[in-house]
Design a protein around this ligand. Structure first.
Ligand code: SF4
Ligand code: SF4
Length: 78
């Protein structure tokens, strides 16, 4: 009973981490305005080469950046 409970919790945690790491991405529609970097509460966004980028290890999947982006360049990753 305890073993299967622990396995379930482990599998759920892994699924959560995987989903978290796939949270949001910035597409080529980015116009480098910088708005998202200032809006992210986790500090996950930085200026990249030609567009801003989200660090999937830091992103908390809150969606704030997607709502703030004026060009609709930030979308949930599949
Ligand atoms: S808010 Fe949108 S357009 Fe502006 S830097 Fe971020 S992803 Fe690019
Ligand atoms: S979804 Fe939230 S935590 Fe992730 S990059 Fe956007 S604002 Fe930051």
């Amino acid at each position: 009973m305890h073993i299967s409970d622990n396995f379930y919790n482990f599998a759920s945690a892994n699924q959560y981490i995987n989903n978290k790491n796939m949270a949001y991405i910035i597409t080529d529609d980015c116009v480098m305005c910088g708005t998202c970097e200032g809006e992210c509460p986790s500090g996950a966004i930085s200026e990249g080469d030609g567009k801003y980028v989200i660090d999937p290890e830091v992103c908390a999947d809150c969606g704030t950046c997607a709502d703030a982006c004026p060009s609709g360049a930030i979308v949930p990753a599949e």
